[in-house]
Design a protein around this ligand. Sequence first.
Ligand code: FAD
Length: 409
Amino acid sequence: MMSTKAKIVILGGGFAGLRALYRLRALGERADIVLVDSRMTSLARPALPEVAFAGKPVEHARFPLERPVTRSGAAFVNHGIERVDALKRRVVLDNGDELAYDYLFLALGAKKDYDALRGFHEFGYSICDDTEAPRLASALSEFKGGPVVVGSAKSVWGTRVSAPALAAPCEGPIAEIMFMLGHDLRLRGLHKISPIKVFSPGEIFFEDVGTRVHADVGALIAREGIEVTTGKVLSRLEQGAVVFEDGDRWESALSIVLPPYSGNDVVKRSAGLGDEQGFVPTDQSMRHLDFEQVFAAGDGTAFSMPKLGHIAVMQADVASATLIRDITGEGEIPDYRPEIFCIANRGGEQATLIYSNDFFGGPIDLTLNGPIAHMMKWGFDEYYFHTAGHLPPDLATQGVELVLRELKQ
Ligand SMILES: Cc1cc2nc3c(=O)[nH]c(=O)nc-3n(C[C@H](O)[C@H](O)[C@H](O)COP(=O)(O)OP(=O)(O)OC[C@H]3O[C@@H](n4cnc5c(N)ncnc54)[C@H](O)[C@@H]3O)c2cc1C
């Protein structure tokens, strides 16, 4: 327990960093909090498929960071981060300045490693950030038809914590791409000349859900006439083709891929902070395995499987509660019970909500299809955007979960 004011530095203002900031506000006068991010805006990646396929302005997928941070009583530092010296408890910024901390909260996300994918910059498109999604939107507006290939590159994970090693970080965005693109092509009368072929590096498409969700999503995919092939590990993109490690070469007029994920470069540059792939190893209270004063949450942690905003927020809740307990000696630490909760738009007013903890040994494995799911996604995204990174109150979320379970009994 600390008697003086604790200096807390949060690195990253995405889902995990903002959630931590809003939770740690409870410390009031007992802490000085600084949030560092190289961006001026926080990017809501779940809104990016709509930027690519539904004409949503990219400005609606991001919001300025400084105001919500300072209104929370914290300081905002808009700088790149060079590295962390965890032994000396210092963060080194890219201009050489240093920030000392008592507690560090790592929320830097994962690196979307486009450079690791041969041919991506010349022949590929993606939707993972606010440069790629608009680039794809503009390519689509000029697309005149032809075979389309969609899928995830294989990612490699470290071994320090025992988390399930998925072949792809998260295939929810792949589902969203295939359905939304299919809808768009149909509207433009291009669908007959533009078959969509989907590949997955895993043995199963959507490795992280159970049989009921597979059956429901599989039926939708079949209805759309989309072909999904599993066990395909991407080798490179070429002019007019996608090439796999087994030598297969698929013709492609438009190749949309999720790149491999790896640990954040800051973590890779910081001695002792990451595992072999640069992901942060923590225990289940989200405390670093080797540095007691370091906490982590979100895509950059070794535990976050799949890489999902919902899981980033759950981890931030656990990490913040642990940190608050360290400082005040008070408060309950919630159990880390991962689950999948996401909503994939399918074009127009259709969406599929997936709620499942089957992969983690739980009993829930369900979908909700239709306009209500679409409305819920709209509601979550708007709430997040207009409240600068808050999520609907726990009670509302728990209510939704209860209704979903009842519906599927
Ligand atoms: C297309 C797409 C759709 C998705 N849809 C959903 C969905 O529907 N539901 C869902 O739950 N999840 C979804 N996800 C996953 C979700 O977006 C991520 O899990 C989530 O963004 C992870 O949050 P994070 O805070 O860990 O990392 P990030 O959101 O990546 O935030 C990291 C922050 O750290 C900052 N940063 C990084 N490096 C540095 C540096 N060197 N110096 C300074 N600052 C730095 C970044 O600028 C950024 O603000 C989707 C992902 C994608 C790509």
